[in-house]
Each structure stands twice: as structure tokens, then as C-alpha cells.
Write a protein that binds this ligand. Structure first.
Ligand code: OAD
Length: 248
């Protein structure tokens, strides 16, 4: 297995005191969650301006709520894959570790990851679009849509970042701060087309970190990295990050 990966990458990982891992939708693909821009991805079947923007939500709240409700319900029966588990294990044995995900699922948490920033929010954290009150009944548990706020009657929206919205306060600042002292950055399963998340590997490299992409296909983001590993997250990460590889 060792010959499969570059010796330089293995050495860098072995010696790293500080690691940042950035993940995108490809990370959860093998758990059964659809990606966005692949041939069978969500944005090939749905229009983001209808389902992932405030104007789209205000036009048809019931449609948008029912789409997020089905995604929330799907998550309840979805399990992390071997890639999520490998990342959580790496965190447990690394001095300084940060996981920055664009994913709105909870599969990293289910696998045991602790120090994690959700750049694009999380599916589960519903709130009222008008007064931000958290509902007592989640969208996933709501029997009749549209789901409205008991305080102001506004519509309940999912806690994800939509197109045209700001990232959660401090998310990007905290992620960028971790790059200052990062020895190795791994970017896993992202097309690298959505900013500011896509800027993180370049920032890390400019500050001296060794950067590696893991993806089933080459991306423009990977062109700018020190190493590119072609393969799936659930296959590559357990192999690449396993203690035996790093210490034998
Ligand atoms: P994309 O759908 O744009 O890209 C998914 C990437 O994962 C592609 O580069 C695939 O080649 C790769 N991939 C697919 N399966 C894989 C696997 N098993 N192992 C490794 N890689 C795999 O998803 P993101 O880059 O995450 O934003 O998209 C970024 C943002 O765009 C999302 O967070 C979402 C979307 O609009 C919001 O919802 C705000």
C-alpha cells in the first residue's frame, strides 16, 4: 500500500504537528448523499436559485421546506463512511487539528470529529427567516407544511448558507487563522468552485503548508497543490491516514 502514495506526502503527514482538512460534498458521496455538480448531482436536477436562495424561498416556502425536510430526514438514517472515520482518528492523534467542511450534514460529528467549522452552516439548525427564533419542532418532524414560527409567523428555514448570503460569523476568520500554523492541508471531495471556501488551500500554501488534494477526478484547485491523489475519500483516507502507513 505504501508505494501507492508519494513518500513526500507520507513524510509530511507523519511529521505534521498541525493539520487542516477541508471537505466538500464528495466526502459524503459514499454515505449515499448526493453531490452538487457531478453528472447526477443535485444541481443537475434542481435549480439552486429556486431551492438555495432567499428570493426562491420567499417565492415558494413550502417547496423549499419540503426539499430540506427530505434531506434532513435522509440524514437521520445515514452513516459516516470510512473516510469520515479516518479523519476523526487522525484528529485524535494530532497536536493541532481543524476540520473545515462545506458540508451541511452531520457525518463528521457522527464519526467523532470534534474541532470542526461548518462554513456553509448545518441542515439541522432551523430558524425563523424573519426573527431567527429556533422552532421547537424541526422541519424534519413537521407533519404539515409550510412550517411557521410560533413567535412571529415567519417561515422556518434551514440553517444552511444560501447563495447571496454571508458565511456564519467568524467561520472564515477562524478557518483562515488556523492556516497560519498549518503544516499540511488536505482538500477532500470538493470541486473548488465555491468561494471563499475554495481559497483556503491556496492561502495555506502561500503560508508554507504542504497541500494535497483527494478527489475522484482532477480539479483546477488540485492544479495548485503539492500533490494530487486520484481516488475516493472512503478508500484513500483510511489508507493514507492509517497509523501503520505513517509509522512503518
Ligand atoms: P461539488 O458537487 O461541487 O463537487 C463535489 C466534488 O467531489 C467533485 O469534484 C467530485 O469529483 C468529487 N467527488 C465525488 N465523489 C467523490 C468521492 N467518493 N471521493 C472523493 N471525491 C469525490 O461539491 P462542493 O465542492 O462541496 O453550497 O460544492 C461546494 C458548495 O456548492 C456546497 O457546499 C453547496 C454547493 O452549492 C451551499 O449549499 C452553500
Amino acid at each position: 500500500m505504501k508505494g501507492k502514495y508519494s513518500n513526500r506526502t507520507l513524510k509530511k503527514l507523519e511529521n505534521a504537528a498541525s493539520i487542516v482538512i477541508c471537505t466538500g460534498a464528495g466526502m459524503s458521496a459514499e454515505s449515499g448523499i448526493a453531490t452538487f455538480r457531478d453528472a447526477d448531482g443535485l444541481w443537475s436536477r434542481f435549480r439552486p436559485e429556486d431551492l438555495a436562495s432567499e428570493p426562491g424561498f420567499r417565492r415558494d416556502p413550502e417547496l423549499v421546506q419540503s426539499w430540506y425536510q427530505s434531506r434532513q430526514r435522509q440524514l437521520r438514517s445515514t452513516q459516516p463512511n470510512a473516510g469520515h472515520v479516518a479523519i476523526a482518528e487522525l484528529e485524535a492523534r494530532t497536536e493541532r487539528f481543524l476540520l473545515v467542511t462545506q458540508n451541511v450534514d452531520d457525518l463528521h460529528e457522527k464519526a467523532g470529529s470534534r474541532n470542526i467549522i461548518h462554513l456553509h452552516g448545518t441542515l439541522a439548525e432551523d430558524r425563523c427567516i424573519d426573527c431567527s427564533t429556533r422552532p421547537t419542532t424541526s422541519l424534519a418532524d413537521c407533519a404539515v407544511l409550510p412550517h411557521r414560527c410560533t413567535k412571529c409567523d415567519g417561515y422556518i428555514r434551514p440553517g444552511v448558507v444560501w447563495f447571496g448570503e454571508m458565511l456564519p460569523e467568524a467561520a472564515m476568520e477562524n478557518a483562515a487563522a488556523a492556516l497560519d500554523q498549518c503544516d499540511v492541508l488536505l482538500s477532500v471531495g470538493t470541486s473548488g468552485l465555491v468561494y471563499p471556501a475554495a481559497a483556503l488551500p491556496g492561502l495555506a500554501r502561500a503560508r508554507g503548508a504542504y497541500t494535497v488534494e483527494v478527489n475522484i477526478e482532477p480539479t483546477a484547485l488540485g492544479d495548485e497543490m503539492d500533490d494530487r491523489i486520484l481516488g475516493s475519500a472512503a478508500t484513500v483516507l483510511p489508507e493514507l491516514l492509517s497509523t501503520s502507513i505513517l509509522h512503518n
